[in-house]
Design a protein around this ligand. Structure first.
Ligand code: SF4
Length: 259
């Protein structure tokens, strides 16, 4: 329309009809790749969990349940200061001592029990009693073993598989559901396994890709895509033609569409 600023970038999105929730249409996969590239271009590689031992990653995946990462860092620092960041050392410490050290992560008694259960599984599955043996197991067997640990749900299990074992198991969380639903790719309340499997059908089985993609979704979720007032005008995905019309309206009003 004459007089209205042209919204740049719209044509960059994969063209075609709306793919629908968890659609198998080729366009769904293209959109998924396009979202990844847009997020990577804006936020850059996130370098999640590099340089830490697989066991530290496993512990972090449990401690981060229902709490912010800054609280996990305090608990991890306490464990490191007491030399407890190995499966053998953690198995030997009394539950109450462990709970006290991880207090900053919240739900510390529950999480101490979960850590002990996880450590028990790690040590029983490791041929030499060490966690790398468990992490060398095939993905499906390892996932089944992790899901058998009390307090380890699919999100925690997939985080361990992806970030500790470096296996291509996509992690789905609340940020993932919110982004997909606001961009017309899912309803958002589908079962965890449906969303995970859908990602894995549309992306190659590539652990570094899954690692980066999940980290980028969390980043855009933290910085832009909050639950109540998403900051779409400054978000790299704001020119998506399938963006929830209520949010697209705010972008149009602001005149800050991505270029
Ligand atoms: S902030 Fe807006 S444009 Fe960005 S991911 Fe969320 S809904 Fe999409």
């Amino acid at each position: 329309m004459a007089g209205q600023p042209k919204k740049p970038g719209l044509s960059a999105w994969p063209a075609g009809a709306a793919p629908g929730p968890l659609s198998e249409a080729p366009r769904a996969g293209k959109r998924l790749r396009f979202i990844y590239e847009r997020l990577l271009a804006r936020f850059g590689p996130r370098h999640w969990w590099p340089g830490e031992s697989p066991f530290e990653v496993m512990v972090g995946a449990v401690l981060t349940q229902n709490t912010a990462w800054r609280n996990v860092e305090k608990a991890m620092a306490n464990l490191a200061a007491h030399g407890l960041l190995t499966a053998e050392a953690m198995a030997a410490v009394p539950d109450e001592t462990l709970a006290g050290l991880i207090r900053p992560s919240g739900y510390f008694n529950v999480k101490a029990r979960r850590l002990k259960a996880l450590v028990g599984t790690v040590l029983s599955l490791g041929r030499g009693g060490r966690e790398p043996d468990m992490l060398a197991m095939p993905l499906a067997a390892q996932r089944e073993a992790l899901l058998g640990v009390t307090g380890v749900g699919p999100e925690t299990a997939d985080s361990i598989l992806l970030y500790a074992a470096n296996l291509p198991s996509f992690v789905v969380d609340a940020y993932t559901r919110r982004l997909l639903s606001r961009h017309g790719l899912a309803k958002g309340d589908e079962p965890y396994g449906d969303i995970r499997d859908w990602f894995m059908r549309h992306l190659p089985p590539d652990a570094p890709l899954y690692n980066e993609y999940h980290a980028l979704i969390v980043t855009v979720g933290h910085q832009k895509c909050g639950p109540r007032r998403p900051d779409c005008p400054s978000c790299p995905l704001n020119d998506d033609p399938l963006l929830d019309p209520r949010l697209a309206g705010a972008v149009a009003t602001s005149g800050k569409a991505f270029g």
